[in-house]
Design a protein around this ligand. Structure first.
Ligand code: OOG
Ligand code: MG
Length: 257
């Protein structure tokens, strides 16, 4: 049996992102399973590295029920972040660069020394130097923002852009902080960090475990997005977006009119 053509699928997804043009889902047709989908994701991100982008971190996806319900996939997934995806806090994005962008509130970790393979994860406080409120801009490359599990994994878990607010030292509790997503000063989503696997710190354990399975090691200095606490909201031209996390503060971005 001939397996799915990883390079060809990665090229299709990369071209869809570059041209901001949606494509049909491709996992069912190509027989792509989750392991092959992570191979596509690696090739898709390698395509970015080949043109000079740098890996700067990792993101978790579908770590909350609200997100799983919104997209109809109920498995925790992870993707890769590059420097070009990072928008300065308060910075501007052009919705025209994306297909159907959505924004969601996140908690970001700044990674410190991490356990090597086989070592126990150890204290979260040792592995994480700082935490921050963040906004993730996701943009599925599939038509109608609809996908299966292998499809979204291959598409680098819809990663497109992210903004990180001010870093602060890790507070005592991270497990029940209020989360708000505001669009143009109006509350669009309300949640709690408890929605993220019960405690966003668990997202790091999951990230280490899942990325480790595919031979990816998290690095000191990397950013780690724990996954959205609420459903994502479409980003319209001209919108001002703020994510507010209790005790951590605010991250913001705007869309060009
Ligand atoms: C998949 C990515 C999910 C999150 O925070 O849950 C994600 C998607 O919803 O398109 O980034
Ligand atoms: Mg996200």
């Amino acid at each position: 049996m001939i397996g799915p053509d990883v390079a060809e699928i990665a090229e299709k997804l990369g071209a869809a992102a570059d041209s901001a043009t949606a494509i049909p889902q491709l996992a069912a047709e190509t027989g792509l399973d989750v392991d092959a989908a992570y191979a596509v994701q690696a090739a898709l991100v390698q395509r970015r590295l080949d043109r000079g982008e740098r890996l700067v971190g990792l993101k978790m996806g579908l770590t909350s029920r609200a997100k799983m319900a919104q997209v109809g996939v109920d498995e925790v997934i992870w993707g890769r972040l590059t420097d070009v995806m990072r928008v300065p806090d308060g910075g501007t994005v052009d919705t025209g660069d994306f297909i159907h962008p959505r924004v969601e509130p996140e908690v970001a970790f700044l990674l410190d020394r991490l356990p090597g393979p086989g070592e126990p994860v150890g204290a979260f406080t040792r592995a994480v130097r700082a935490v921050a409120p963040a906004i993730e801009l996701i943009d599925s490359r599939y038509a109608n923002f609809t996908f299966s599990l292998p499809d979204v994994v291959a598409d680098n878990t819809s990663a497109a852009a992210f903004a990180i607010g001010p870093w602060s030292p890790v507070p005592d509790g991270l497990d029940n902080l209020g989360v708000l997503l505001e669009i143009d000063g109006r509350v669009a989503q309300v949640g709690s960090t408890a929605a993220i696997l019960g405690d966003p710190r668990r997202a790091l354990d999951e990230g280490l475990r899942l990325a480790g399975r595919y031979g990816v090691r998290l690095r000191k200095g990397w950013v780690f997005l724990a996954g959205a606490a609420t459903a994502a909201v479409p980003l319209r031209p001209g919108a001002h977006v703020r994510a507010v996390v209790e005790k951590l503060g605010t991250a913001s971005l705007k869309a060009l009119p």
